[in-house]
Design a protein around this ligand. Sequence first.
Ligand code: NAI
Ligand code: MG
Length: 370
Amino acid sequence: MAANKTLLMLPGDGIGPEVMREVRRIIEWMDRRRSVTFRIEEGLVGGAAIDAEGTPCSDATVARAKAADAVLFGSVGGPKWDSQPFENRPELGVLRLRKELGLFANLRPALVLNPLVDASSLKPDVVRGVDIMVVRESTGGIYFGEPRGIETMPDGKRRGVDTEVYTEDEIARVARVGFDLARKRRGKMTSVEKANVMQSGRLWRAVVGEIGRAEYPDVQLEHMYADNCAMQLCSRPKQFDVILGSNLFGDLLSDLAAALTGSLGMLPSATLGAVDATSGKRHALYEPVHGSAPDIAGKGIANPCAQILSFAMLLRWSFGMEEDAALLETAVEKVLGGGLRTADIMQTGMARVGTGVMGEAVMRELEKLT
Ligand code: NAI
Ligand code: MG
């Protein structure tokens, strides 16, 4: 089994440490009941790290993240650090980790759990059973392309510039992550771009198509314009399995897909790097989609599910522990099916509980399932 895997936990700020505590509880349960031993290290990131070390992510933390088998990240930021200079903001902690670990593929599942079908803004019939994985390229594209900046023109007016740049290698490596996922899921991948109006989009479509034909003939590949994909996500979301997109389109479409599921407090994510040819190891960071939620921090009411489900993704993607990952996901769904709700997903007729009770209920459900 997965003994001696090292896990670096970076709870961060606000509700980060509160929801991470519930993951700790589950890990302790797994140690006792599933004979899996993790070596857990804890580190500082974000505002907590600024306070203690003067920087949102120290070199030492980067080194520990590189040495670990996986990183479980909480969330960073809060009003306390709003006056920090831009180059030293808590949010740069996670950006630095993504960059240093070369995490180029961001995986954002949008899964509509049966008990939460009514929490969606769309009709239950439209979203029931939706299970989409958005794969977003996360180190290239228009957020990083050169030239960029705001410049003053000869006529004295300002001009803002961003550049969309993708090399074929950048497209190919993230496409392979998408294809591999599709193969393990329902065998379909929708690759989105704007090949009709963008050159980088034309290359995107060509490269994804070539890889699909050469390496993944068993996966059904569909190309779709990003704007059409946005529309289809709202009208017929069940047609999608894996959606692959650039940094920009993946950002927009993953937020849109997430909205189908109802609550920020339920959404996990993973960001993966390349598989190292010699060690076979792949850097990866797992984190909830939500931030540090300063408005509810310290109140014990945050929903721990997004953090718990991020840990389930970690078990699956970094440790190959599919069975345990699925067990944890089932436990969360059962707890919701039993009527427990944190405030963010509260529905009439359900029982409102806090962070700790929710985490404990997941553990009790695990106990029942095993
Ligand atoms: P946020 O995600 O922290 O909160 C948005 C709203 O959702 C708030 O009303 C919050 O109470 C609620 N919420 C979020 N997670 C919840 C949970 N688990 N349970 C119940 N309710 C939950 O986003 P916001 O307010 O825009 O940002 C707050 C701080 O977090 C900022 O400093 C921001 O920069 C940072 N942030 C950090 C991220 C990260 O660490 N990766 C991602 C997004 C924001
Ligand atoms: Mg976004």
